[in-house]
Design a protein around this ligand. Structure first.
Ligand code: ADP
Ligand code: MG
Length: 422
């Protein structure tokens, strides 16, 4: 056996082992599991068994009737990492495969398989505790090497010493490399999990902080007014202050609603409702506020285009967009709502146009980002909620604007289509 003749089968074996390990990790990421579930063990067992069979089909070298391949590496690794049951499946697969290869050294093959399995079982506990597992694999390899060499020496004679050295070096290298690979993959998986967890934790933290902050402002104002009213004969000023107090309380309410609709995880009703009808209802709702700010809302479309979604949430979404439009108009102004039905695409566009302060391209890009606001009393969640609601309805939201001139918000939603049974 020369190095040149084994390069090709060696490369084939490495491709089999390492690509299967990486694919296994893709399907069921390697993790440090105390007691993996049955389906996980079955998956790893079958995968390792299959990999071992493929290795046996591509032996590195066959001397007489003995095949030398890397199947024992897989028995060692599967048992060390996943325990006796996964190791047993791999060992069984190898044994069955070996049976079909046949030959007079069948029994020797079985004994060597079992040796690998038992050695791995003995070392499993310390292996799992060990920090740098590929280092420990050298110590696991030594007894395996000694015992199997002894078995081979006794049962098959005439195997050259050089052959042992080359084969076992390859074996040790593969063993360490596979352990190292699984170790690295496990580490990466852990980092990914942790990153996702911290991300979520951070989002919750951000939300809680922003929420508390937003609520504190109006509550402090209300508290101040009530304290003022309760002093001396100030209570007579109640009619004067009550609009401000009520407005602040309404603001509190709005903030809570916004946060709740953000936090609620996708549990929305599925109902068919008319877009135009909902727009009319929302305008009615906002009429007093708009009037007070000198803003008129124009909408005159009496068709009924039906969409599927949660009407309550959709109203909330319109309210958020209209509130932004009202707030963008500094003195007197107009908001125009238009709907356009696209027969071809089976969608409906709802545009809300205001002639308020507008936005720069830079601002448009930032809209909908969590807590992005340019207002002193803003929260920056209104448009985030809009995005979430429309996305839940399979629609899109786009913003167009000219700084100092106008802003146009376009919602596109899929039209409701009756499913006909015929
Ligand atoms: P908030 O209204 O609390 O600031 P939003 O998420 O509703 O938060 O809006 C984010 C930002 O987007 C606003 O602060 C504003 O700068 C900008 N914006 C949204 N709608 C309009 C609009 N119609 N005209 C101008 N700017 C807008
Ligand atoms: Mg807003």
């Amino acid at each position: 056996m020369s190095l040149a003749t084994i390069i090709k089968p060696l490369l084939v074996n490495y491709t089999i082992i390492f690509s299967l390990a990486i694919n296994m990790n893709l399907i069921l990421p390697f993790k440090v599991r105390k007691s993996p579930a049955l389906n996980i063990r079955t998956f790893y067992g079958l995968s390792f068994g299959f990999t071992a069979l493929l290795c046996m089909l591509n032996p590195i070298e066959s001397l007489g009737e003995t095949n030398f391949d890397l199947r024992m590496v897989l028995i060692l690794v599967s048992t060390l990492y996943f325990g006796w049951s996964v190791g047993a499946i791999t060992t069984t697969a190898v044994t069955i495969g070996r049976y079909f290869i046949g030959g007079k050294f069948f029994l020797v093959g079985i004994v060597i398989n079992l040796t690998a399995f038992i050695i791995a079982l003995i070392f499993r506990k310390s292996f799992m505790k060990w920090e740098k597992k590929y280092q420990l694999s050298i110590f696991i390899f030594i007894p395996y090497f000694l015992i199997t060499t002894l078995i081979l020496k006794i049962s098959i004679d005439g195997l050259p010493i050089v052959f042992y050295l080359i084969y076992n070096s390859i074996f040790l290298f593969t063993f360490m490399a596979l352990v190292y690979l699984i170790e690295k993959l496990t580490e990466v998986n852990k980092q990914i999990d942790e990153a996702a967890y911290f991300e979520r934790l951070q989002t919750v933290g951000h939300m809680a902080a922003a929420f508390a902050h937003e609520l504190r402002n109006p509550l402090t104002t209300v508290r101040g007014f009530i304290q003022h009213l309760s002093e001396g004969s100030n209570h007579k000023k109640l009619p004067e202050f009550s609009p401000i107090i009520l407005e602040e309380l309404d603001r509190t309410n709005r903030i809570i609603t916004d946060y709740l609709s953000l936090a609620k995880p996708g549990k929305t009703k599925d109902e068919v409702f008319s877009i135009q009808q909902t727009i009319f209802e929302t305008i009615q709702l906002l009429h007093p506020v708009a009037n007070f700010q000198g803003v008129s809302i124009l909408f005159d479309n009496h068709s009924t285009d039906k969409v599927l979604g949660d009407k309550h949430y959709f109203k909330q979404c319109l309210i958020n967009i209209l509130n932004n439009a009202i707030e963008a108009i500094e003195e007197k102004g107009e908001i125009t709502i238009q709907t356009y039905r696209d027969e071809h695409k089976k969608t409906i566009n709802i545009s809300v146009i205001d002639n308020g302060i507008g936005m720069t391209a830079d601002q448009i890009e930032k809209i909908g980002l969590p807590y992005y606001t340019t207002k002193t009393k803003g929260t920056g969640i209104g448009s985030m909620v809009v995005n979430k609601i429309i996305r839940d309805m399979d629609g899109t939201v786009r913003y167009y604007s000219e700084k100092g001139q106008w802003t146009k918000v376009v919602i596109t939603l899929p039209l409701y289509q009756k499913i006909e049974n015929n």
